[in-house]
Design a protein. Structure first.
Length: 271
């Protein structure tokens, strides 16, 4: 594979940052080169530098930029990651007054495991059709490819290693034949989760409601402090006054001047 020149790398990553807000430094050069080469090959262009030049000059089809964003967005996750948040969510659901609606937003939902994990819990505690209380889950992600994957609800089996055995039986189908080694979310569970594309660096869609719980985990690490502040302020605008925001345990909102208070580790409320 031909290496990507520093000039081309800088140009592509600056373009990516201008669209997504995500900054990729030199340590990501091998990753960026590999993904660009595959994009170039799929576009019928063997020369990666020529592909990048065409992309930057606007000579590539409009959908090529969407493909670039999809490929350069890093998506690594699994079910029930950082289980403390799901324990906290379970406690909140247990205290929910009968019949009170409860809404959850997975704001950087990647391929959907986070949203489906919450859906399993809510289906278990509130009823699959909201018998105890009506509930809704929305997942959004920058990558349209990840949104499509989430809607399919089909995953490698190893990503389900943290799913409780009872939930595996109730909400997951074991793949057979060509889908051996994979797990599929049940049709009923998939029907309860809505996935859409949305960019956290842009104004939120008007159809997005206010939420009781928002997951914003393991995405802020890709942004500088001004971008983090902008994203969290925008996300907080969708949080109900008594709602909670979950962030990744490796992420901090301190020193950003945000109107939030820490309720417990990586759990925040409005200040």
């Amino acid at each position: 594979m031909k290496p990507l020149s520093s000039k081309a790398f800088d140009a592509v990553t600056q373009l990516f940052e201008s669209v997504s807000g995500i900054k990729l430094n030199q340590s990501k050069q091998a990753l960026v080169t590999g993904r660009l080469q595959r994009l170039a090959n799929e576009a019928g262009e063997n020369d990666i530098e020529a592909y990048v030049d065409k992309l930057l000059r606007g000579g590539a089809p409009a959908q090529e930029m969407t493909r670039l964003i999809d490929r350069l967005t890093t998506n690594e996750t699994y079910f029930f990651r950082e289980p403390q948040h799901y324990n906290d969510l379970a406690d909140r659901l247990a205290d929910l007054p009968p019949g009170q609606e409860f809404k959850v937003w997975s704001a950087a939902s990647s391929s959907g495991e986070e949203a489906y994990s919450a859906a399993m819990l809510m289906s278990d505690l509130l009823g699959p059709r909201g018998e105890a209380a009506p509930w809704q889950i929305i997942g959004t992600d920058l990558s349209t490819a990840m949104v499509d994957t989430a809607r399919r609800g089909l995953y490698p089996m190893e990503r389900a290693r943290m799913v409780p055995p009872e939930y595996l039986k109730r909400f997951c189908l074991k793949g057979q034949g060509t889908q051996t080694g994979q797990v599929l979310m049940t049709r009923e569970l998939r029907a309860r989760v809505r996935f859409e594309a949305a960019n956290l660096m842009q104004p939120m869609p008007e159809w997005l409601p206010k939420f009781d719980v928002i997951f914003l985990r393991n995405v802020l690490i890709y942004f500088d402090n001004p971008a983090k502040t902008e994203i969290v302020r925008r996300v907080l605008g969708q949080l109900k006054p008594d709602g909670v925001l979950y962030t990744g345990h490796a992420e901090s909102l301190s020193n950003l001047g945000l109107p939030v208070r820490v309720l417990t580790t990586a759990v925040h409320g409005h200040a």
